[in-house]
Design a protein around this ligand. Structure first.
Ligand code: FMN
Length: 368
């Protein structure tokens, strides 16, 4: 696999582990992935839910927990460490500030388009080595962000993640589009490369397009790189690793699930989400309202008096193994997992499959 270069960052294996909330990817998984030469990503959303004062002061607890996890990841790895922060959360600016103060290598900006100036001193953004990478679901959204940053700040994001319709977690597509299943990640990647071409020339630098959603094997990585992607971002595949920070029950839920168990829900975030079905999921699909005791408002747009259930609580409960009151997010390929591996074993498998696909391609082009 070809090294991924983002500014001064050299990433030996172009594999980025997707940030997974709530408390699925913390320092344990992030450090393990970074040690294998990929990018390890801590998910910031709801990270403070393990802190004792979360209910009385969620903002402070999130900041404390994020700082702790970044420092732990740094202690355990010299590799590249990122943080995933959702623009949709009400303490986005706090989490961004902590990530920059702690000098993480990359901040991934997800669940929204970063078009609004963050409520922090812009000089902090200008004088940092931290790279900023938005996640989008269409070439048009990528172009909109790049144009906006270029006009407003005379700079562009350091790369872009293009996430297709097969990923785990919240999805940037309408339910109908997801159900029709007609959008191909390869087309999205090619379209994004074309849309960003003018910015590449204007700023005189490469803009890596990172593909995500449904990438599970080294063959998948080979195919998407053939379409022009510079790297991949994978979430689902890293859940069933020893180092993943979720409980063993969460990982077992992946091992047990079948293809038919993987389904879509309407999340209170206002987006569809892909999950593994269980009784809780069936009940919310039937319209049952779950009790909510929200002392804060973690999502900017959440109307907590009216929502059907609390997504943060449901995901946190599942992370801890309580599936009576929660469910797991999962990508379409979650059912493929049949064993728990170490992150090193996953990297070895991915590299070997990638090399085999690449050899096969070489042979085919020789014989043609
Ligand atoms: C269990 C799980 C939790 C996730 N949580 C988040 C999250 O909190 N924020 C986010 O931006 N993306 C989240 N994602 C998406 C991942 O970061 C990544 O983009 C996605 O998993 C890629 O697709 P894949 O799962 O098919 O590999 C989550 C994905 C999974 C599987």
């Amino acid at each position: 696999m070809k090294e991924l270069i983002i500014g001064n960052l050299k990433i030996k294996n172009p594999i980025i582990q997707g940030g997974m909330g709530v408390c699925i990817s913390l320092s344990g998984l992030a450090a393990a992935v970074a040690n294998e030469g990929g990018v390890g990503v801590i998910s910031a959303v709801g990270i403070g839910m393990t802190e004792p004062n979360y209910r009385s002061n969620f903002r402070e607890s999130n900041k404390i927990a994020l700082r702790k996890e970044i420092r732990k990841a740094r202690q355990n790895s010299d590799g590249v460490i990122g943080v995933n922060t959702m623009l949709a959360v009400s303490d986005f600016d706090d989490l961004l500030r902590v990530s920059i103060e702690e000098k993480v290598d990359i901040v991934f900006l997800t669940a929204g388009l970063p078009l609004k100036k963050p409520d922090i001193d812009l000089s902090i953004l200008e004088n940092t080595n931290t790279k900023f990478i938005p996640k989008v679901s269409s070439p048009r959204a990528a172009s909109l962000i790049f144009q906006h940053w270029s006009d407003r700040y005379n700079r562009i994001p350091d790369a872009v993640v293009l996430e297709g319709p097969l990923s785990g977690g919240h999805l940037g597509f309408r339910r109908k589009v997801l159900e029709e299943n007609e959008i191909l990640l390869t087309s999205l990647v090619k379209g994004t490369i074309n849309e960003l071409e003018p910015f590449k020339f204007k700023y005189g630098k490469e803009i890596p397009v990172i593909a995500a959603g449904g990438i599970y094997s080294g063959i998948d990585i080979f195919e998407i790189m053939e379409a022009g992607a510079s790297a991949v971002k994978m979430g689902t595949r890293f859940v069933t690793t020893h180092e993943c920070d979720a409980s063993d029950s969460f990982k077992q839920n992946y091992l047990k699930c079948s293809k038919e168990d993987i389904t879509l829900i309407d999340s209170p975030v206002g987006l569809p989400g892909r999950v593994i079905s269980n009784d809780f999921v069936q009940q919310i699909k039937m319209g049952k309202k779950k009790p909510i005791n929200c002392p804060w408002k973690c999502l900017k747009t959440c109307n907590y008096a009216n929502v059907q259930f609390c997504i943060a609580e449901a995901l946190f409960n599942a992370a801890k193994g309580n599936f009576h009151d929660g469910f797991s997010f999962a990508g379409t390929n979650a059912y493929l997992a049949n064993e728990i591996y170490s992150v090193k074993e996953v990297f070895d498998q991915l590299k070997s499959e990638f090399n085999q696909a690449s050899l096969m391609m070489e042979k085919l082009s020789w014989s043609a």
